[in-house]
Design a protein around this ligand. Structure first.
Ligand code: EPZ
Length: 466
């Protein structure tokens, strides 16, 4: 009997399976101490359906601020960050209906009576994407008070480019007591050339410029599919945006936006996570409800490693039964290799024949998973923004700790191929961006279960970033 389980048995009295019994995605404080127990060695077989993209749903929900009419969003993922965004909008006076199960992952948001254009520290500290309300609030309400997000597990992550861009659109901005205070009678069109590519910066300012007076030209923009998806929604709301998805976006401001209905794109990072898991565990997995076009850089890299992947419409099939070859990778802005797949790729590199050099170019501190993979027996040397991974190294189950969303996904993948059992602690990091990952993996044959630990009642949500 593995040491991990012996440890578990000792404290079993405190455990009971928990998670959103009422199926409407309500995350409760006691989920915060959940753990996963994973027994490795099972090939993934069958289908796994991908949810809507968290990083497209969050800006889309913020976009509802731009109109006093209802915005209906479909294919919303049932993840903790969506709950946080809902709480943020409700704290401003919005009405937000969020439905799962029969209500099929849909949200209806009405910002008719926004009374309090403020994003409080208590919410922003748990999710930095909360800052996406800054541009829409100034554009619609003429003022905003948004907490600065503070430090983050994966890097400094300032929002100076959001602020600079808003100033270019005529907003007056002050900073005091940890808050950004922004005001403008009406924003006016301008020229924004980003010093560096920023995804939420592009989204935040695109939303602001949609209601500005006159034309805005934005250059060196992020080209992520989530940016283009947001522009598609805004144009359905009556905005005039051209070029989203390219590095140059032109926006003709309008006086008013109206309600709309929009289906959020699939989550390419969730899809990539399952594709890498299948590449390592062997088996025959179909990852469905995804968009292979958004996975170009990843699928190219996997082909280089010798993974057999076939795409067909909205699905990607992975059949791999042999040892992989090592291949170097460097993270870049889209359409380059995504930084949000770097950690999962590191797990793959531990199982590949040879040495892989992984270079992280987007965030300065995104190798937290390496320490935990070392605990499982991997051979990794980190030096600044580079990691040298030597494979093939057999992994063994261990107690490991999640530190941020994608690092946690990397540990789940490693545990699926490790000998014996792994206990993942603090899986609340995973719940932030993966919808019921344990149920999806179990449905494809993985041995994974969630164990909940009763938290003392007065427990509060820890500050989590990334
Ligand atoms: C988005 O974060 C994603 N989050 C991140 O996904 C993703 O890792 C990142 O883009 C890069 O692809 C959402 O979409 C909600 P950036 P964002 O602004 O927009 C620097 C996940 O796992 N920068 O493109 O915050 C910044 O520090 C998350 O789902 C400035 O210096 O990232 C970073 O080094 C993690 N000043 C780089 O630019 C600014 O004002 C890129 O950051 C803004 C950014």
């Amino acid at each position: 009997m593995g040491t991990a389980v012996r440890e578990l048995k000792k404290i079993a009295v405190h455990f009971r399976p928990v998670r959103g019994e009422n199926g409407n995605g309500n995350f409760r404080p006691e989920n915060l101490m959940d753990k996963f127990v994973i027994r490795g060695g099972n090939p993934l077989v069958g289908n796994i359906r991908v949810s809507g993209a968290k990083n497209a749903a969050l800006p889309a929900m913020a976009a509802a601020i731009l109109t006093d009419e209802p915005v209906v969003l479909e294919n919303i993922p049932d993840v903790r960050d969506i709950q946080t965004e809902r709480n943020l909008l409700v704290s401003m006076g919005a009405e937000v209906e969020l439905g799962y199960g029969r209500a099929s992952h849909r949200t209806t948001i009405s910002c008719r009576n926004l009374l309090n254009p403020e994003a409080a520290y208590e919410l922003v500290k748990t999710m930095r994407a909360s800052t996406l309300v800054l541009g829409p609030l100034v554009a619609r309400m003429g003022r905003a008070r948004v907490s600065l997000p503070g430090g983050c597990a994966i890097g400094a992550r300032p929002i100076d480019l959001h602020i600079k861009g808003l100033e270019k659109l005529g907003a007056s901005i002050t900073q005091q007591h940890g808050y950004i205070e922004a005001a403008a009678d009406r924003l006016r069109g301008g020229h924004i050339a980003f010093d560096r590519i920023t995804v939420t910066g592009t989204e935040d300012l695109m939303m602001a410029a949609a209601l500005a007076e006159g034309e805005t030209l934005m250059e060196n923009c992020a080209r992520e599919p989530e940016v283009a998806d947001l522009a598609a929604l805004l144009n359905k709301m009556g905005a005039k945006i051209e070029g989203a998805g390219t590095s140059t976006i032109r926006i003709q401001g309008v006086d008013k936006l109206h309600g709309a209905r929009h289906r959020i794109i699939p989550d390419r990072i969730e899809a990539g996570t399952f594709i890498i898991a299948a590449s390592l565990t062997g088996g025959d997995l179909n990852v469905t409800n995804c968009d292979p076009k958004h996975l170009g850089a990843l699928l190219e890299k996997l082909a280089e490693c010798g993974v057999t992947v076939t795409t067909n419409g909205e699905s990607v099939r992975v059949t791999n039964g042999h040892r992989l070859k090592a291949a170097d990778v460097s993270t870049e802005e889209y359409p380059g290799f995504p930084t949000d797949m770097q950690a999962q790729y590191m797990a793959l590199a531990t199982q590949a024949e040879g040495t892989s050099l992984i270079t992280e170019n987007i965030f300065e501190n995104r190798f937290m998973h390496a320490q935990e993979l070392l605990r499982m027996g991997a051979n990794i040397k980190v030096d600044g923004n580079r990691a040298v991974v030597r494979g093939y190294t057999p992994l063994s189950g261990a107690a490991v700790q999640c530190s941020d969303l994608r690092a946690s996904a990397s540990l789940v993948i490693a545990a699926l191929v490790a000998e014996g059992e792994t206990i993942l602690d603090r899986v609340y990091h995973i719940d932030r961006g993966y919808e019921r990952i344990e149920e999806k993996l179990r449905g494809a044959g993985a041995q994974i279960r969630r164990i909940g630990e009763m938290l003392p009642k007065k427990a509060v949500a820890p500050a989590v970033m990334a």
